[in-house]
Design a protein around this ligand. Structure first.
Ligand code: DPP
Ligand code: ZN
Length: 874
């Protein structure tokens, strides 16, 4: 765990020309021969040694040009191999032999076993757990891979690139050889071997090349990969049409595995997926699962250009591939589905995950300058805020300017290991525009707060904006950002005003450019007092402090042509009601809700001109975590929960007729289809059923919905409603049993059963979670199981986790210490659920601090967990 600084970057002393790997597979003793051709980089001191990274490795052979290297010529530890006296100029070959134990690899980094399958994960620094290697993203080379293994156990043996050949070998063994001509860094290496089922298809590229597509899954699950295959073909087509990017090998393969730390991995030509993001059918996958599969299949495929062909110079540049690729997958999903609804979902996610990160002890810039454990930087800041920054570039430059910049980026940097500066420069050069102020988005952490005040007098509308950026760890003072704000001045009749003149700063089309700390824009020729709709489409990832009157928000909710803003206005109407309700609940007072807010919400819910998915979003109130964020400090999760429940009840009572009507109108007839329109109807109907459960206060309707559900979306919703709303009812107990019996042999569905129970609010939930951990269906070494039970409890059960007596934090600390020795990445990730502990009221915060200190004091901690816990306590 050394601290790594961006400022210390320098290229390697040796250039890697070629990699030739041979694996002799054995579950506990796999032999790896790595033949590496290097030459000394021009200008490098002839005495400089070759230094290769390792991690828990044991060297068992070392050759120089096929001759044994004398012990005096090298030093070796499990983490480092240093070889001296190497040629000054001529290329040379180093052969490293290691033996590794895939079966014992519980970290799931490097080569490991999952359900009898050999599988690798090398990003970020897993390759060094396979062999000694210059394991950094700026070392690119073509790879040849030979896999030798037991023939019966490994009918499938895969690696990156194109298939060279394979055959039986001696005594029941077989080999397969692969060649990847595209130079790549080691983190994109992959190997998969074992006995797997496959579905196959093909795609003809825009230059008429035929590409074989294969998705490998466990035997018997082939049918459940069909949707992923369809999503892959649509992704390939979309990237050609939208970004002009064509696939570049003869074959593209995806493998679904059951033990995986992340969602998926974009290894060149051989993506490895968490099976949760491949397998789907109507009986077992929800609409959300389908949407996730579509998005993640696209995301990993899009990495082929943004990540693989153009990779990162160093890990500080992670957002170069991730922020950009998330932006690309967001755009893809927006084109496949409803753009406005997709944007609402993105913003909900950004605000509930990234904003708290940016406001707490783990805040860091999109492009950090220091890290101790790179695994801990696969964050929503790098991914989602990184995507927002890319989106803002598109907003600033317009569609054509953005495209010109992207085209230049692909042309100029294909084959490179690039930096964020390289990326931004392409947009500057292609557009003749200086983006230096804008670049602060990459370097300054914290969510900017823009305060708004307005005035109207005799045809002139005046808008004063002031930006502040909160201090974050390591950054106390900030420079003003370039914030692009989409706006509309909405007149009484709902039309959008066209000002005669604008002064005070740059305004282009519907974008205001806020570049100073404080700026006043003056609009003339406005016939009557307009209603300002600001940050439409969430054009900038900021918080607004804008005390907008209820009537104005209602006006926006009714008239804005930007659907996102209509949702945003309803959300803004909800927030003060929820905050008031929280404070009433805390003081034991009855909760009252503004009827104007309820009326606006019900008007949107009943508006048949709006798409059902949008109406469902409108009916989904800000979450308890959202309310906590809005409150900012001294939070009492019990009061937030009670207040929010009371608001839901008030809406349910007022809207009973509307919800009854929707529960009928929004029935989806016929065979299940996962398309956005059908999913939207289901989500609106389920939202209505949720309110009806409040209005009727009996589990009967939800129990009926559970009994009649013919797809997992409706079934899981009904189960959630029964267990969360009526946890003590016989109906809830029956439904849990029925569900468990029906899906006992399907771990991905059982994960839903775990998650639904782990998130039942209230102080009993810890004992429920503890009991479930003893269930035979639970498996503490499978990351999906652990995330569904322990992770869901800590991240998504505010009342249960933040129990006033601190039991939730102590439970989590014990879990973290139990998971850490086996899987540090998973432990560190789940621990981030405590990132907002300082905003709790003081008694809870004290308990939380004590639990964190208990973790910190543990004698053995991974770098992953130590890094997180120390930053959280700082
Ligand atoms: N690079 C992966 C992704 O696609 C994560 N390991 O985000
Ligand atoms: Zn990615």
């Amino acid at each position: 765990g050394q601290i790594v600084n961006l400022a210390d970057y320098r290229p390697t002393d040796f250039v890697l020309e070629r990699v030739d790997l041979t694996f002799e597979l054995d579950p506990t003793n796999t032999k790896v021969d790595a033949r590496l051709i290097f030459h000394r980089r021009e200008g490098v001191d002839a005495k400089a040694p070759l230094v290769l990274d390792g991690d828990e490795l044991k060297l068992s052979g070392l050759l120089f040009d096929q001759r044994e290297v004398p012990a005096s010529q090298y030093d070796v530890t499990p983490e480092l191999l240093t070889i001296r006296d190497l040629p000054a100029e001529a290329p040379f070959e180093i052969t490293v032999t290691t033996y590794i134990n895939p079966e014992a690899n519980t970290q799931l980094m490097g080569l490991y076993r999952t359900n009898g399958i050999y599988c690798t994960q090398c990003e970020a620094e897993g390759f060094r757990r396979i062999t000694y290697f210059p394991d950094r993203p700026d070392v690119l080379a073509p790879y040849t891979i030979t896999i030798i293994g037991d023939k019966a156990a490994n009918p499938v043996m895969l690696s990156n690139g194109n298939f060279l050949g394979g055959a039986g070998y001696d005594e029941g063994r077989a080999f397969a050889a692969w060649f990847d001509p595209h130079p790549k860094p080691s983190y994109l290496f992959a190997l998969v071997a074992g006995d797997l089922g496959v579905i196959e298809d093909k795609f003809v590229t825009m230059s008429e090349r035929e590409v074989t597509l294969k998705i490998y899954v466990e035997h018997g699950k082939e049918d459940r990969a069909a949707y992923a295959m369809d999503a892959l073909k649509r992704s390939m087509k979309w990237d050609e049409e939208r970004f002009g990017r064509e696939y570049d090998l003869d074959i593209f393969q995806i493998v679904a595995v059951s033990d995986f730390n992340m969602g998926a991995m974009e290894n060149k030509g051989l993506n490895v997926f968490n099976d949760k993001y491949v397998l789907a059918d109507p009986a077992t996958a929800t609409d959300q699962d389908y949407a996730n599969i579509e998005a993640i299949i696209a995301h990993e495929y899009f990495h082929n250009w943004t990540g693989n062909r153009i990779t990162c110079r160093d890990w500080f540049q992670l957002c170069l591939k991730e922020g950009l690729t998330v932006y690309r997958d967001h755009e893809f999903s927006a084109d496949m589905r409803s753009r406005a609804v997709k944007r609402i979902a993105e913003v909900r996610h950004l605000k509930s995950e990234q904003f708290p990160e940016d406001a707490g002890p783990l805040a860091h810039p999109v492009r950090p300058t220091v890290y101790r454990e790179i695994n801990n930087f696969y964050t929503t800041t790098v991914y989602e805020k990184g995507s927002e920054v890319t989106r803002m570039i598109a907003t600033l430059l317009g569609a054509d300017g953005f495209k010109a910049g992207m085209d230049l980026y692909f042309e100029r940097h294909d084959g490179d290991a690039a930096t964020v500066e390289d990326f931004v420069k392409c947009f500057e050069d292609a557009n003749g525009r200086d983006l230096s102020q804008f670049s602060r988005w990459y370097h300054q952490a914290g969510t900017p707060l823009v305060s708004v005040s307005t005035a109207y007098d005799a045809g002139t509308f005046t808008l004063t904006l002031e930006q502040t950026i909160p201090a974050t760890p390591g950054q106390t003072t900030k420079e003003p950002m370039h914030i692009p704000l989409s706006f509309a001045l909405i007149l009484d009749n709902g039309s959008i005003a066209e000002p005669a003149s604008v002064s005070g700063g740059e305004v282009s089309g519907d974008i205001l450019h806020l570049t100073e700390r404080s700026q006043t824009f003056v609009f003339t020729g406005i016939s009557s007092r307009p209603v300002l709709s600001l940050n439409r489409s969430f054009s900038a990832p900021i918080n607004l402090a804008f005390d907008q009157p209820t009537e104005d928000l209602v006006h926006i909710a009714r008239h804005d042509t930007d659907l996102f803003s209509r949702w945003q206005a309803l959300n803004d109407l909800a927030v003060p009601n929820l905050i008031q309700a929280t404070s009433d609940a805390r003081d034991g007072k009855p909760v009252t809700v503004d009827p104007a807010f309820i009326a606006a919400l019900l008007e949107a819910a009943a508006d048949a001109k709006l798409e059902p998915a949008f109406r469902a979003q409108a009916l989904t109130l800000p979450s308890e975590a959202d309310i906590a964020r809005e409150l900012g400090c001294n939070n009492n999760p019990d009061a937030i929960h009670a207040g929010r429940q009371a608001v839901l009840a008030a809406i349910a009572e007022a809207g009973c007729d509307t919800f009854l009507a929707l529960s009928e109108e929004m029935r989806v007839e016929g065979a299940f289809k996962p398309d956005a329109a059908s999913a939207g109807k289901r989500s609106l109907r389920n939202a209505a059923l949720g309110y009806l459960a409040f209005a009727e206060n009996t589990p009967a309707r939800a129990a009926e919905a559970f009994a009649k559900a013919d797809n997992m979306t409706d079934l899981a919703q009904a189960l959630t409603l029964l267990t969360h709303r009526f946890p003590a009812s016989a109906e809830a107990k029956d439904a849990l049993e029925t569900f468990a019996k029906r899906f006992a042999d399907n771990p991905l569905v059982i994960d839903k059963w775990f998650l639904i129970q782990a998130t039942i609010p209230g102080e009993d939930s810890i004992s429920r979670v503890k009991t479930l951990m003893e269930d035979e269906k639970f498996n503490a070494s499978n990351p999906n199981r652990v995330r569904s039970l322990v992770g869901a409890f800590a991240f998504s059960n505010a009342t249960g986790f933040n129990r006033a007596d601190g039991e939730g934090y102590r439970f989590l600390a014990a879990q973290i210490l139990a998971i850490d020795p086996k899987n540090p990445q998973l432990a560190a990730r789940i621990l981030t659920s405590m990132r907002s502990w300082r905003s709790l009221e003081s008694a809870r915060a004290d308990h939380a601090r004590a639990a964190l200190m208990e973790i910190e004091r543990a004698p053995q901690l991974s770098t992953d967990v130590r890094d997180i816990v120390e930053r959280m306590l700082k």
